[in-house]
Design a protein around this ligand. Structure first.
Ligand code: ZN
Length: 164
């Protein structure tokens, strides 16, 4: 896909609800896409971005909470500990924040952009961002965590976005 075709997709776009495809071999094409995604994340002042959010249904994410940039392929959570929740926002659900119950600490296994296996043991905000971005690869959005009794309150806000 040409970089010029990439743009942030918002709720209502079916690509956000598709399960991303596992990458078999990491190629230059994936490296280019990960770099483009990183630029888009920084330009949007985001701290994470998943490929479906730019219209590509492949298992790629970028994350940077201000310490270092992670470009990951096929990320998955292999261990979880404890709980935490904060109000999360999402570039694909503009203007909405949702308190999401997540694990306090996680271990993520993935490939880096050279195709080498990496294992990341993290907690707090970094763990939240990995869980949020990996949700995108499963077609899941923060809206899915809004309790049913609260959806009425959000409805007005979301009418424009045509979801819930
Ligand atoms: Zn998001």
């Amino acid at each position: 896909m040409k970089e010029t075709a990439l743009r942030i997709r918002t709720v209502g776009d079916p690509v956000l609800r598709r399960k991303a495809k596992t990458v078999k071999t990491v190629t230059d094409e994936h490296r280019k896409l990960l770099s483009a995604m990183s630029r888009m994340m920084y330009e949007s002042s985001g701290i994470g971005l998943a490929a479906p959010q730019v219209g590509v249904d492949q298992a790629l994410i970028v994350v940077d909470i201000g310490k270092s940039l992670y470009k990951l392929v096929n990320p998955r959570i292999v261990e979880r500990r404890g709980h935490q929740s904060i109000e999360e926002g999402c570039l694909s659900v503009p203007g909405v924040s949702v308190k999401v119950k997540r694990s306090k600490a996680v271990i993520v296994e993935a490939l880096d952009d050279e195709g080498k296996p990496v294992r990341i043991d993290c907690q707090d905000l970094l763990a939240i961002v990995f869980q949020h971005e990996i949700d995108h690869l499963l077609g899941k959005l923060i809206l899915d965590y809004v309790p049913v009794w609260k959806r009425g309150l959000l409805k007005k806000k979301l009418q424009k976005l045509k979801e819930i």
